[in-house]
Design a binder for this molecule. Sequence first.
Ligand code: ZN
Length: 375
Amino acid sequence: METVWSVYYLQEDIDKKLCGSVLIADLASTLKPRYHFAALEGANYERLPYRNHMILQENAQHVTRFIALANISNTSKKKYLYAFNIVPMSSMESTELVKQPLDVTESPYAKMAKEFQRSKLGESASDTQFFFDLSKREGKKRLSGEGGPHQSKQARKPPKPTSPCWFCLASPEVEKHLIISIGTHCYIALAKGSLSPDHVLILPIGHYQSMVELPSEAIEEVEKCKVALKKFYKSIGKRFVMFERNYKSQHLQLQVVPVPIQCCTTEDIKEAYIVQAEEQQMELLEIPEHSDLKQIIQPGSAYFYVELDNEEKLFHRIKKQFPLQFGREVLASEAVLNIPDKANWRECKYSREDEIEFAKSFREGFQPYDFSLLD
Ligand SMILES: [Zn+2]
């Protein structure tokens, strides 16, 4: 957060803890203006221009210049006027528009985007959120909150769900009889309404929304879960397929569905996703193995991807709408498992006794590979 506030702490007489606005910062990083003027602190300050794109990961965009101006006719003769020529974006060549000045810096808001997203997802106000206190400085917005803006830096706890969550391990809503294995950061549970009795979910124990928001120690454990599941499925003649849909879901669920090896090759499964995505006019990008999702997508953005057993991923950036069951429908289709009547999970109801039985036999088979029992 340090750099964010540095935008606002302009001079030694300005208290950086009391100025700035998280909401305006979020607005500025979303709207990406070419110029951002501020005047509330009565000081003149021009920040170095900053980038609005991630270098080598996104197309180049125009830079933003943040300029704070002092009060009109102030006695200390600080600059309060800024005159300049500007050509509207619409009449500029794009190459001209995205030219990067030599002194350009990273965006001061990049670091904070994640923190802000997290607070929007429901950390309680008393924890790390800031609120505006309008009473103390005659209408001048100021940040308050115990510990000041730096407090969120130490907030390493997962965000808390805003409503009851079926997947937070500590939540009373969790169906304990479906749990297969519990690690330090993640757990494996049978999927409700599964495509097959060995269709499972890898879930974070804490309330994280997606893989791109997961802390690195939890990502490492997800990798261990994947390795263990792959070995187990291989031992029973099945292939590992996993997908994540970060859209209209509150708690990360990595759906892992085994496909019998004699039924399809990895290429067949890949082809089925590509063909069915094309039918729905969705673009699937191929992402090489070992690539990091965090370099492709920002926290808070909606996406879908399927990961094959060779670690190749097919990725779709969700813009407005997305068929919620897509990942599952492709696997249920004739091209893969050929169980089209199971495409909708709501129609795959099993009795509690069946679920207990599935979980018991999965646990027995999985035990020699269980990531939580190794190390
Ligand atoms: Zn949760």
